[in-house]
Design a binder for this molecule. Sequence first.
Ligand SMILES: [Zn+2]
Length: 78
Amino acid sequence: MSVPSKRRTKQQKRERASHFALRKQTFAACPKCKKPFLSHRVCAFCGYYKGQDILLIDTKAERKKKKQKKKEDRAKSK
Ligand SMILES: [Zn+2]
């Protein structure tokens, strides 16, 4: 196994580590639902990107409707 030929000083280590810090993410407001989303990405709340609905995301009311329908179907089959 190879061994480093010279010792890295504390300063060299710290200088290298100066680039390791994570940056805070910046959010923009979604033009459709006005919720914060990461730019250049699809909105996680409504699935909107560049004037199109990319993802089909159910709203809370739609999920409730689906759940109720499932319940009714189950009751019918019994
Ligand atoms: Zn949105």
